[in-house]
Write a protein that binds this ligand. Structure first.
Ligand SMILES: Cc1cc2nc3c(=O)[nH]c(=O)nc-3n(C[C@H](O)[C@H](O)[C@H](O)COP(=O)(O)OP(=O)(O)OC[C@H]3O[C@@H](n4cnc5c(N)ncnc54)[C@H](O)[C@@H]3O)c2cc1C
Length: 411
């Protein structure tokens, strides 16, 4: 039996480990943290089956001045990080043209459209169905101008065949009465789902992994022992002998990929959340406020306001005033919201400039595979990523054409 080493026990690594077990492998999962406790624990919990828009859209460059000048802008670049960040930013902006955005939209949609379908077997085997609600997502717009622009961008949804509904302010308020009566309208994607606890979901997947004989090593991976074009062992505090390696280390994957001969422009879009234990309301749908750059999701331990983007790299200290600011943004649209006793958190979205994750065999090592760079959609695309990686490693047909996700694509 082949022994697979999976580096990173976030939601992507856990889903990959389960898919590898399903295909008959013995799996060792390695992480310096406990399973699921990194970025995967703090997200907004949305399984966005209707996601079709890349982050870099035509006209995006106009937003750069606000990014650097306004401290609380939904997307913020710390001036001290500008020099290091410049190559990524240039690539990101280069992707913001009509043709490239369309190609990215096709690649994103191919993963998101069947995201839930790939989650279902894992959820039922792990007994985690009770952590999922399929109530749909509301993309909410405050002004008529914002709503009109959003309707134009529905052309991407139309071309990808996403089911959605347009709601005016009155219909929106009827559907989600906690929202202010004065909003312009919303786009409802009824087939999206959410989890009421991203951490509990990872923990359920880990329980299943362990029950199925999976091994867990809580150590930091520092490198690899190679024999020609094969990796023979993973170097941590101990040498871990493996027959194949899967790099699913989220925002930290770039360093490991580089050691394996693949240079990827991976940066991090740091995101924040504010967990409100006694919000005084229970939302039925998950809400996304695209213009303010955050989501609101009712979870098992309160209401989570999560989002915004901060470019400041992996090492800079968190700026929790960004998380606290979410309470003010939310109070404008959810008038009865109680924001006392909020708990702040920050995580690292693993982001590549074209918004297309890397799901790929290594071009340099015959037994190495990569699954990282899912940016804003790592929870959504985790189960299908695991299924693709297991198929690639087993030389089986993959659920989607893998060409767009190659690690050696033109960056
Ligand atoms: C505020 C916010 C809201 C979000 N909302 C959503 C949402 O609603 N829906 C959605 O789909 N996505 C969302 N995301 C994105 C999603 O959370 C991420 O894309 C996803 O968690 C990435 O998962 P991952 O497994 O790749 O990385 P991680 O969860 O970061 O896991 C990587 C693991 O690798 C380990 N690791 C790294 N390097 C090493 C090493 N050298 N040795 C050992 N271990 C190592 C880390 O400790 C970590 O546990 C959101 C993100 C943020 C920040």
């Amino acid at each position: 039996m082949k022994r697979s080493g999976v580096i990173g026990a976030g939601i992507v690594g856990l889903a990959t480990a389960l898919s590898l077990q399903e295909s008959g492998r013995q799996v060792v999962l390695i992480d310096r943290l406990l399973p699921g406790e990194g970025t995967s624990s703090g997200n907004a919990g949305i399984i966005s089956t209707g996601a079709v828009h890349p982050e870099s859209m035509p006209g995006m460059w106009k937003e750069i001045p606000a990014m650097t000048l306004n401290w609380m802008a939904p997307v913020r670049l710390r001036p001290s990080y500008l020099f290091e960040f410049l190559p990524w930013l240039v690539r990101f902006l280069r992707n913001g043209n009509v043709q490239t955005a369309e190609q990215a939209s096709i690649a994103i949609s191919a993963l998101s459209a069947s995201a839930l379908e790939h989650f279902q077997p894992l959820l039922s085997k792990a007994g985690a169905q009770q952590l999922i609600r399929q109530h749909g997502t509301l993309y909410v717009y405050e002004t008529k101008a914002e709503f009109a622009k959003a309707k134009e961008e529905c052309a991407y949804r139309d071309r990808r065949g996403v089911v959605y509904q347009l709601l005016d302010g009155v219909a929106l308020h009827k559907l989600e009465p906690s929202l202010s009566v004065n909003l312009a309208g919303a786009i409802l994607t009824p087939n999206s789902a959410h989890t009421i606890s991203p951490l509990a979901l990872s923990q359920k997947f880990f329980e299943l992994f362990s029950q199925q004989g999976g091994e867990y090593i809580q150590e930091q991976v520092s490198g690899f022992t190679c024999d020609g074009s094969t990796v023979a062992a993973i170097q941590a505090e101990q040498e871990i002998d493996v027959d194949e390696v899967f790099v699913t280390a989220g925002a930290y994957s770039g360093v490991l990929a580089k050691q394996l001969g693949s240079k990827v422009p991976l940066d991090t879009e740091r995101g924040y959340h504010l967990m409100l234990p006694r919000p005084g309301m229970d939302l039925h749908h998950n809400l996304i406020f695209p213009v303010r750059g955050f989501a609101a999701t009712s979870m098992q331990d309160g209401l989570r306001l999560a989002g915004t983007v901060e470019f400041a790299g992996l090492d800079a200290a968190p700026d929790y005033s960004r998380a606290e600011h979410l309470a003010k943004c939310a109070a404008n649209v959810l008038p009865g919201l109680q924001t006392k006793e909020g708990v702040c958190w920050m995580g690292f979205r693993p982001s590549v400039p074209d918004s297309i994750p890397v799901i790929s065999a290594s071009p340099h090592y015959q037994n190495v595979f990569f699954g990282f760079g899912h940016g804003h959609l790592g929870l959504t695309q985790s189960a299908i990523t695991g299924a693709i990686l297991a198929a690639l490693a087993g030389d089986k047909e993959t659920p989607v054409d893998c060409e767009p996700y190659r690690i050696d694509r033109r960056w």
